[in-house]
Design a protein around this ligand. Structure first.
Ligand code: SF4
Ligand code: SF4
Length: 295
C-alpha cells in the first residue's frame, strides 16, 4: 500500500506527519516500512527519521539530454544557432558554442544540422540513494543538481526504486513525503498511490493549496483524507477548513514545542516524546486511518 503525505503549500508539517506515520506503521502494522522523500529540491525526510545508518543504494540519475558537437565534422554553417529558439547557441569564430544553462535539450539543432555533427547525449541531473535509519525504516530519496530540471521524472524513478525494494523485502507499506505545491513532482508523487493525506494548517494560504491538491487527486482518482496541523493557532478558521475541504478529517494536531525539539534532535516525535500532546493527537489520527482502512 502506498500512502502519500502532501500539502499544497510548504511548511505545513508534511514531513512531520510522514516521518511519524512511518514510525506508527512500523510499530503497529508492519515489520518494515519503505519511505520516499519526493521533495528532491530540499530533501529532509531522512534527517527527520534520524539520518542514515547504512547506505544501501547510490545511483546517478540521467533525466535529460544535452547536445554535443563534433567539431571535426562541423563546417560552421550556423544553421543550429538560427534554429535554436532558446538562444542557447552562438557562433564564435571557431564554430558554434552552446550555453547549457539555456538549453532545453529537445534537439532541434541536431535535426537541422545537415552533416549530423550534433548528437544528443544523456545528462546527469541528480542522484538516487536509499538508506536505512535508526528506526528501522528504509528511506529512498534523490538530489537534483542545482539548476537541473525534470524533477517529476526523478520522483517517478524514486517511487519505482521504493516499489522494488518493498517487493524484494515483502514490505507492505510505502510512505511518500511529496514535494510542496502542486507542480509536476507532486503529480508524480501522487500518481498511482492508494491514499493521499493532505496536511493543512488553519490559514487561507494552506487551505487554498490543499484545495488545489485535492483537485489534482480527484483527477487522478485518488482517495484523500486530511490532517489539520497546529489547529489551535486559529481555531475559528479550523472549522471553515474542515467544511471547505469536503473530505474526511482524520484529526487535529495542536501546536506543541515538543515538535520543534524532536525535529532539531532528528528523532520522530512518537519516539522523542510519546506523551506529548502532538504525539497523542497524531496517534489518534493514525488510529482512525487504520480503523477506516482495515475494517
Ligand atoms: S548546423 Fe552543424 S555544421 Fe552547421 S554550425 Fe551547427 S553543428 Fe556546425
Ligand atoms: S537542444 Fe534545443 S535548446 Fe539546446 S541548443 Fe539545441 S536547439 Fe537549442
Amino acid at each position: 500500500m502506498e500512502i502519500v503525505v502532501a500539502s499544497g503549500k510548504g511548511g505545513t508539517g508534511k514531513t512531520f506527519v510522514a516521518s511519524n506515520l512511518c514510525v506508527y506503521l512500523k510499530r503497529n502494522l508492519s515489520e518494515e516500512v519503505v519511505a520516499v522523500d519526493a521533495d528532491v529540491e530540499a530533501p529532509d525526510l531522512l534527517m527527520a527519521l534520524g539520518g542514515s545508518t547504512r547506505e544501501v543504494v547510490r545511483e546517478e540519475f540521467y533525466g535529460s539530454y544535452i547536445p554535443a558537437i563534433d567539431m571535426s565534422i562541423c563546417f560552421n554553417c550556423g544553421r543550429c544557432a538560427e534554429a535554436c529558439e532558446f538562444d542557447a547557441i552562438h557562433m564564435a569564430p571557431e564554430g558554434p558554442v552552446i550555453d547549457y544553462s539555456k538549453c532545453e535539450g529537445l534537439g532541434t539543432c541536431a535535426v537541422v544540422c545537415s552533416v549530423k555533427a550534433i548528437t544528443l547525449i544523456e545528462d546527469k541531473t541528480g542522484d538516487i540513494y536509499a538508506s536505512e535509519t535508526p528506526f528501522g525504516i528504509t528511506v529512498v530519496t534523490g538530489d537534483l543538481e542545482l539548476g537541473k530540471g525534470n524533477s517529476g521524472r526523478l520522483v517517478y524513478e524514486l517511487k519505482e526504486r521504493a516499489y522494488r525494494i518493498a517487493s524484494e523485502k515483502r514490505v507492505e507499506f510505502r510512505v511518500v513525503d511529496a514535494a510542496p505545491g502542486i507542480g509536476c513532482p507532486v503529480v508524480s508523487s501522487i500518481a498511482g498511490s492508494d491514499l493521499l493525506i493532505t496536511v493543512v494548517e488553519p490559514t487561507p494560504q494552506s487551505l487554498k493549496g490543499s484545495l488545489r491538491l485535492l483537485e489534482v487527486a480527484e483527477t487522478l482518482g485518488i482517495k484523500t483524507v486530511a490532517i489539520i496541523n497546529k489547529y489551535n493557532l486559529n481555531p475559528g478558521f479550523t472549522a471553515e477548513v474542515e467544511k471547505k475541504l469536503g473530505v474526511e478529517v482524520l484529526g487535529y494536531v495542536p501546536y506543541d514545542d515538543a515538535v520543534v525539539k524532536a525535529y532539531t534532535s532528528a528523532v520522530p516525535l512518537l519516539e522523542y516524546s510519546p506523551a506529548s500532546k502532538a504525539s497523542e493527537a497524531l496517534v489518534k489520527c493514525f488510529d482512525r486511518f487504520r480503523e477506516g482502512w482495515f475494517r
